[in-house]
Design a protein around this ligand. Sequence first.
Ligand code: CTP
Ligand code: MG
Length: 183
Amino acid sequence: MNEIVSVVQSIILFIPALIANSGAVITGGHFIIDRGKKFIDGRRILGNGKTLSGYAGGIAIGTVTGFIIYLISTLFNYALGTYGTLAEAIIIPFIMATGSLTGDIAGSFVKRRIGIDRGGKGGLLDQWPFALMAFLFLYIFERPFFMYHYFYVTMIVILVIVPPIHRAVNIIGYKMHKKDVPW
Ligand code: CTP
Ligand code: MG
């Protein structure tokens, strides 16, 4: 029972990495990162879907979301888990969200290399790189937090639940006319 509670808490603490993507959809569209440039294979490096406003806005929204989770959790005797100190409640969500949107860029880079155009269905390439890079960033910059919360059972649980969550959120985004395609 306690194990399940701590896995659920760790998943809740990972929400900034998930929300960062939605934040990028809302704030995105300005200052295309690759500035229209092509890679040596003649295809776009990243494509028009990766913008600085999405990257920065998504990180900001992810970070604020983590801090809000922390504040709410504090009110309920840390029922939702905790990032640690007040400073960590800002730094850790920031690192997760930055890793998430960096992984999202890496995913687009790979999609372009294998010939999937911007917005094309990438399957796991749309769903895993952001989560994997969020874990890698935590591993590099917040190792004790990563080892305690995610290594390795919860990490696997998250990788299993992220694709259906990603799919559901994108269908909602599509219905709300925030996204052009439901994936
Ligand atoms: N977005 C952005 N900047 C980012 C990430 C996302 O502006 N760094 C915005 C773009 O408007 C993008 C939308 O969020 O179209 C959805 O993100 P995503 O699905 O990752 O991009 P796609 O358009 O599907 O492009 P890709 O095929 O490269 O994933
Ligand atoms: Mg997409």
